[in-house]
Design a protein around this ligand. Structure first.
Ligand SMILES: [Fe+2]
Ligand SMILES: [Fe+2]
Length: 344
C-alpha cells in the first residue's frame, strides 16, 4: 500500500470510520439496476417543511446520504474490451492524472474535516463521502491498469492544517467540476465516441458526485442558518475567499497546462477542449452550457425538493448564456428528454 493510502486509512480510522459492507461477487444486472435507482431517487418520509439548519433537516439529509449509497465493488467493475481506435481515444484524454490526484486530495480533505465534526450523523456522512472519493480513485486506478494508461507519479497529499477551509475549497471545486462533468459525460454518451459500456461503468461515479455536492450544499446552508450574525460574516468571508482561491488555483493550473502543451491556457477553453475530445461533432459554448444545465437539473431531480441545491455554478452558466445571446445559433434544448435515467 502506498504512503498516501496509509495516510488516508489512518485519518479515517482516527475519525472512527468503519467501512461499509459490500456484497460479495459479481452483481446481477437486476441488482445493479435496483441500486442505481436507489442512489438517484430519495424522498424523506418527514411530513411538512424541512427548514434548512433544523435538526430534522440535518437528520433527513444524513439519512438521504446513507440510504442512497451504492454498494458497488471497484474490483468487480468489468472493463469493456476496446477497439484500437477507442483505446487510443481513452488513453489520450489529458484528464487521468488530474482525475486521480483530485480524488486522492478530496478523500483526505473530507476525512480530515469529518474528524472535526461534532454531530455523529454528519461526521458519518462526510466520512462516507471521503470513502466514496477513495473508491473513485480505486475505480480510476483499475481502469488505468486495464487500459495501460501511463500516469505520472502522485503528489504528496497533506493533511490540511485548517480542515474547514479545505472542506469549503474542495466542496466548491466539486460543485464546479461536477457541473461541467455532467454535461461532458452526457455529450460523450450521446456522441457514441466511447463504447456505451464504458460510459455506463462511470455512471455511478457521476451520480455519486451529484450526491456529494447535494450533501455539501446542504451542510453549508445549514451552517449559515445556525450561526450568529457576526460568525455568519466570518463564514461568508471564508466562502468568498474559497472562491478566490479556487479561481487563482485554476488560473495557475491552466497556465501550467498551457506551458505543458495541454489545453489552451484558459480554464473555460479547457472545458471546450474536453468537449471536443469526447465528441466527433463540433459543439459550441452555448450548447455545452445548455446541456450542462439540463443534466444538472436531471441528476438532482430525484432527490427531495426540500433540500437545498448547489446554485452558484448553474447561476453563472445562466448569466453566461444570457450575455452570449447575440451569438445564439442553435439549441440543444429539445434533446433534454432523450435520456432516461434507467439507460445510464
Ligand atoms: Fe470523486
Ligand atoms: Fe465527490
Amino acid at each position: 500500500m502506498a504512503d498516501h493510502d496509509d495516510l488516508f486509512a489512518a485519518t479515517m480510522a482516527a475519525a472512527g470510520f468503519a467501512p461499509p459492507e459490500l456484497p460479495a461477487g459479481e452483481p446481477k444486472p437486476e441488482a445493479l439496476e435496483m441500486v442505481d435507482r436507489t442512489s438517484r431517487y430519495w424522498t424523506s418520509p418527514h411530513v411538512g417543511e424541512l427548514r434548512v439548519g433544523s435538526p430534522a433537516h440535518q437528520h433527513e439529509l444524513c439519512r438521504m446520504f446513507r440510504e442512497t449509497f451504492n454498494p458497488y465493488r471497484p474490483a468487480v467493475v468489468a472493463w469493456p474490451k476496446l477497439t484500437p481506435d477507442m483505446l487510443q481515444r481513452v488513453t489520450s484524454l489529458p484528464i487521468w492524472d488530474i482525475a486521480v490526484h483530485t480524488e486522492g486530495r478530496a478523500r483526505l480533505r473530507f476525512a480530515s474535516y469529518a474528524a472535526t465534526v461534532q454531530a455523529p450523523e454528519v461526521r458519518d456522512a462526510v466520512m462516507l463521502n471521503a470513502w466514496e472519493e477513495h473508491r473513485h480513485k480505486e475505480v480510476l486506478g483499475n481502469m488505468v491498469k486495464a487500459y495501460g494508461i501511463a500516469l505520472g507519479s502522485e503528489p504528496a497529499y497533506r493533511v490540511p492544517r485548517d480542515p474547514e477551509w479545505m472542506y469549503l475549497v474542495t466542496g466548491y471545486c466539486e460543485c464546479i467540476d461536477s457541473f461541467f462533468a455532467f454535461g461532458l459525460f452526457e455529450l460523450a454518451r450521446r456522441s457514441g465516441f466511447f463504447p456505451i459500456e464504458l460510459v455506463k461503468t462511470f455512471e455511478p461515479v457521476m451520480q455519486e458526485e451529484c450526491r456529494h455536492i447535494l450533501l455539501f450544499a446542504n451542510l453549508v446552508a445549514s451552517q449559515r442558518a445556525s450561526l450568529s450574525w457576526w460568525r455568519r460574516i466570518v463564514f461568508e468571508l471564508r466562502i468568498a475567499a474559497a472562491w478566490f482561491y479556487i479561481g487563482w488555483e485554476r488560473l495557475v493550473l491552466a497556465r501550467s497546462m498551457k506551458s505543458n502543451g495541454m489545453g489552451t491556457g484558459q480554464d473555460s477553453n479547457f472545458t471546450m477542449t474536453s468537449a471536443q475530445a469526447v465528441t466527433p461533432v463540433e459543439i459550441g459554448f452555448r450548447d455545452l452550457m445548455t446541456l450542462c444545465l439540463q443534466e444538472n437539473d436531471r441528476r438532482f431531480a430525484g432527490y427531495d425538493a426540500r433540500f437545498a441545491r448547489p446554485t452558484t455554478v448553474p447561476a453563472l452558466a445562466r448569466i453566461a448564456l444570457f450575455l452570449t445571446r447575440p451569438w445564439a445559433k442553435r439549441s440543444v434544448g429539445k434533446t433534454s428528454n432523450e435520456h432516461s435515467p434507467a439507460d445510464g
